[in-house]
Design a protein around this ligand. Sequence first.
Ligand SMILES: NC(=O)c1ccc[n+]([C@@H]2O[C@H](COP(=O)([O-])OP(=O)(O)OC[C@H]3O[C@@H](n4cnc5c(N)ncnc54)[C@H](O)[C@@H]3O)[C@@H](O)[C@H]2O)c1
Length: 339
Amino acid sequence: MHCFAASQDLNSPAAAHHPFSSPPSASDVAIAVATAVAQNMPTDHGVPVFGWENGAPFQKRLEGKVAIVTGGGRGIGEAIVRLFVRHGARVVIADIDAAVGEPLAASLGPHASFVRCDVGDEADIERLVDRTVAHHGRLDVLVNNAAVLGRQAPKSILHLDADELDRVLRVNVRGAALGMKHAARVMVPRRSGCIISVASVAGVLGGLGPHAYTASKHALVGLTKNAACELGAHGIRVNCISPFGVATTMLVNAWRDGDDDDDDDDSEAAEVTKEASTEEVESVEEMVRGMATLKGATLKGRDVAEAALYLAGDESRYVSGHNLVVDGGVTTSRNLVGL
Ligand SMILES: NC(=O)c1ccc[n+]([C@@H]2O[C@H](COP(=O)([O-])OP(=O)(O)OC[C@H]3O[C@@H](n4cnc5c(N)ncnc54)[C@H](O)[C@@H]3O)[C@@H](O)[C@H]2O)c1
């Protein structure tokens, strides 16, 4: 019976000092090595690069890579951070909220670190990229994940609040564009790199979010295609992911706001972000399942992270300019004929 933490790395020097609740025996390691070799897993100086999960070795798909995940302190970003660390990447969590980012980095050990960063501030982004390169020597992957949904009310375009529009675009579009700019600055000379942005189904279809958010996510899909067009010449891949609803703080807050929503409410109240309770997460997941095309599954942050892992890894080496929609088919059909 093995009780390894999911992110344990049997190859890392840190593993020797890690307080395993049940350390691997010599025979465990020998079996794992033999299995890894048999499966032709990649090696680092002859040592197979593998982790250990559910009693079996698995191939680490980002071993040696350096990644930045913006908005990585919670929600979908946190799921991406956790999966990337598990797959051997060194990950810099960049978030405006140190209260979530710092403890997450501390809990993940030496492969994770935290940098406080407002993605809408170019000086912050520049410093983030420079610190990452100074510390790790390179940047292989940038995940532009940070975003805000914006206020739910007033809903009507007739009552559009231009300042609110600017606020949402500043984080969701300006932030991602600045990330691309400064990541490309250090990736172009190396002629390699990968930029992934988390867009949304609201960047595919109308009617799935507030106007400002919908505009921002459509812009992000366009920006991805344009950046892929330019940066492909330098060997850099640029893609985005468009998830359907995941019951994160963002979505639970929107659902909570929507519950006591009044379209005539044009108050200046700022977007409020409160932590989601377990009951609220379950209610939102139930609501999303009800709206989903694909039944029998609940979309989780981990599913979006798996898409990011694919786009960050060498398995997607010829994929660029792509919008990987993770929505169980919601945006591809509308059942008008009773199928
Ligand atoms: N949750 C969903 O249903 C859903 C669906 C589709 C797309 N998305 C997208 O997924 C991404 C993550 O969303 P989430 O649901 O995990 O949201 P979330 O609100 O739970 O987490 C967002 C994170 O971004 C950080 N952040 C916000 N503004 C920032 C800024 N200016 N600079 C740096 N960090 C900042 C927050 O502190 C937080 O840690 C977003 O791009 C969102 O638009 C979410």
